[in-house]
Ligand binder design. Sequence first.
Ligand SMILES: [Zn+2]
Ligand SMILES: [Zn+2]
Length: 304
Amino acid sequence: MIQCKKCTKNAVVFLPYSGEKLCRKCFLTSVEKRVQKAISHYKMLDRSDRIGVAVSGGKDSVVLLHILNKIERNFPESKLLIIYVDEGISQYSNNNLKVVKKHSWDLDIPLIQSSYKKIYGKTLDDIIKIAEKEEDKRLGACSYCGVLRRKALNRAALEANVDCIATAHNLDDETQTILLNFLRGDLNRLARNSPTNKRVHPKLVPRIKPLRTIPEKETTLYAFYRNLKHNSKPCPYAPEAYRDDIRSFLNQIESKRPGTKYNILRLYDKISPQITISQNSIQECSICGEPSVEKICKACQLLS
Ligand SMILES: [Zn+2]
Ligand SMILES: [Zn+2]
């Protein structure tokens, strides 16, 4: 038997980057503590915030909701809301909504629903069909969805009058995005990822990422050990190929040199204050009025 580093129980989890071996209970506590630490380190939340949690029904979003719900109990003036945006991906979205409704009910957290159909007049399925017909092969489904989801979440968050949107991006998502934007030479997008909760524009709801220091393996284990119901089926649209390459590259390096992902994140946090886009570069889209760095926002560009 291998003993837990913090108590006398049997260790079931090994964290290669720190060398820790932990039992189930100490592992769960460790994840929660690190999320709490990230929230205070990056000053993500104020005591009386109304927090809109973007819950898709996937494991990370469900883990985020449960951990925030635990943390929030210590701050009675704050309030949690669930924001669910239905992309309209045939069977996939229906399953997600069922999961989200269950957690909303179990935790007694109000659910705010929006959809691509409501905001754009079309589901993602409709939009992809049109794009395929026009042989618009420049962009995969994920690129469309990323842009449209961002705007839909912001719209729903504005209507719900929340102070911030909490999204479930984990350490793997974050380091992949950093590397991806770096390799593409896209400074604007690289800057946009910085973990600030400042309101740079009145119509742009700040985003926080409380799970950004937690590796994906650990969010998976957290969901498993807490027995959290989630939609484990992957999205039917194939993931972006470039991101997939970077994911396997990062995982390869991480297994040889544990801690690499943390190094990327730490370095990014040091340099990102220098590259943050200035406030006055954000204007309002001339078609939909949404905050945008260009004259016409990305969502309106794609939909045209
Ligand atoms: Zn223990
Ligand atoms: Zn627009």
